[in-house]
Design a protein around this ligand. Sequence first.
Ligand code: TYM
Length: 336
Amino acid sequence: MPEETVIRKKTALSGIQPSGNLTLGNYLGALSNFSEFTSEYNCYYCVVDLHSITVRQIPAELRRRTYEVLALYISCGLDPEKCTLFVQSHVHEHAELSWMLSCFTMFGELSRMTQFKDKSAKHADNINAGLFTYPVLMASDILLYQADVVPIGQDQKQHLELARDIAERFNGVFSPTFTVPEPYIPKIGANIMSLAEPTKKMSKSDANENAVIRILDTRDVIIKKFRRAVTDSDTCVRYADGKDGIKNLMTIYSCFTGKSYDEIEREFDGRGYGDFKSAVGEVCADGLQPVKERFDKLMADKPYLESVMRDGAEKASRAAGKTVSKVKRKLGFVTL
Ligand code: TYM
């Protein structure tokens, strides 16, 4: 008889900060890919509220957005029965492991993080220690659950690489303790750009509302924002260097329609930018419509969202507790 082999189900994990109203970048780069993993992986998706306070937040807004991000997870197809949806601050092991791993992370490594450099330039009056050690907390989120794969957008790749380095370092000093995670970065949509300055990433915190499509924007607003999108002085829809605005719109169109850049170029051959921008607005508004409808229903049922948070925290704590105990034992802490 063949020897029985136990195959461990792989784990996927990701998180989104409730630090602003989520954007089309968050949706295409991360959120819309989360559900792909639910049938074959153990999935953990968290609302990373601890990360959010590295930048000043208005408490009532942070609270509201925490519910909203959870509701968006479910609206985007994540079934709380099939995956663990939870709020980071409900599982104390995140902060605990973060301290321990910060002793395995070098000052130089953290200084090289581009997000730290960008954010400290943007928030020069509040360059706090949390902003600096932010990637260690992110590594803890990932390593606590022994994640094999982490679906993220392009801007989080450097943080994921650091998480891998920390895991390898710890495993090397002691013995294999952490799974070394792989990023999952979508081929198309991993780097959605601002509609106003298409060389800059579309960001939740952009002060210019016209630069950003919010997942929860109304249909009219979405269409209007795309009509105003910055393009170039050419008139031809082509995926080519120097045409950052058009490339970004083609990427968005491709994500919603599944069409290749060649197909899009052919479809809009001889038609102006106006036509193209309207078409992008339409497919985006159509694509987000069902998400919004489910979201509105969920937000009207706070007790349900709280029950999801409670169950999620319980399941996540069980897995996180195991890893923290293992780490403490390896470090030499006395356990009673
Ligand atoms: P956050 O909250 O900034 O963004 C959430 C996810 O959205 C992706 N994203 C984008 N993708 C494409 N184009 C864009 N313009 C765009 N903007 C954002 C991000 O890459 C991310 O995947 N540090 C993380 C949150 C985090 C996390 C984790 C992620 C905390 N712990 C553990 C994965 C695993 C962040 O600030 O994401």
